[in-house]
Design a protein around this ligand. Structure first.
Ligand SMILES: Nc1nc2c(ncn2[C@@H]2O[C@H](COP(=O)(O)OP(=O)(O)OP(=O)(O)O)[C@@H](O)[C@H]2O)c(=O)[nH]1
Ligand SMILES: [Mg+2]
Length: 207
């Protein structure tokens, strides 16, 4: 099954997006295929409400593995399945926790053979940084730029500007559109599900 990988820094909303996008695609019971960095796999079944409560929160590095749900796309008279994979958030520099470094390496490894890369960023944080003394460089740093460079070369790459429901996020979205004028930048709210129709259209083409 082809894989659509949701990558990005920690706390940008990757997990909430996967939960709500799966629900948008008609998944009522989430059957997560969990792939730990040490190679162990597991299957966890939960409702959307359980997933929201247990898998996504404000603390950084809540996710420390690959966790995937299968979503279905109609293709003529048949149905195609795509694995929507949530990942460990990436950080600049070398993280002091070895287990987290391994989990981040697992994310990077998964990028090489994903069919679609959904690079999620926090448009609200970028918008805020634009108004600050340090400018956008504080949040749009070398890591984000390197992920984008990889994605552009890789193909099947989309930038998701998340948290568009928050004030100031539009400034962050405009910054991304200007900087990546030749790339697809989709504004979304993982919380409210806005922009999901456009994401579906893009992802569908690679399913
Ligand atoms: N307002 C708003 N909050 C959001 C949105 N998406 C995510 N959040 C919040 O941002 C926080 C982080 O969300 P997660 O889904 O856990 O983020 P993540 O990228 O998976 O984070 P890690 O797994 O820790 O790297 C949570 O408090 C979410 O409720 C959004 O679109 N709008
Ligand atoms: Mg997460």
């Amino acid at each position: 099954m082809k894989r659509s990988l949701v990558i990005g820094k920690t706390n940008v909303g990757k997990t909430l997006f996967c939960i709500h996008f799966a629900r948008y695609m008609g998944v009522r019971e989430l059957r997560w295929l969990v792939e730990e960095a040490d190679g162990r796999t597991d299957c966890r079944v939960m409702s959307v409400a359980e997933a929201e409560a247990s898998l996504s929160d404000v603390h950084p590095h809540r996710t420390r593995c690959l966790q995937s749900v299968a979503v279905e796309f109609p293709a003529g008279k048949t149905v195609r399945q795509l694995l929507l994979t949530d990942t460990t958030g990436l950080t600049e520099g070398i993280h002091p926790e070895p287990a987290l470094r391994e989990a981040m390496a697992q994310t990077l490894q998964a990028m090489t053979d994903a069919s679609v890369i959904l690079h999620m960023v926090d448009a609200w944080a970028i918008g805020h940084a634009l108004g600050g003394a340090a400018g956008p460089g504080r949040v749009w740093d070398a890591l984000e730029a390197q992920l984008a460079d990889f994605g552009v070369r890789h193909g099947g790459y989309v930038l998701l500007a998340n948290k568009m429901d928050l004030p100031g996020a539009m400034d962050g979205y405009r910054f991304l559109c200007k900087r990546y004028s030749r790339q697809r930048v989709l504004p979304v709210s993982a919380l409210h599900g806005t922009g999901f129709r456009e994401v579906k259209q893009v992802v569908w083409r690679f399913a």
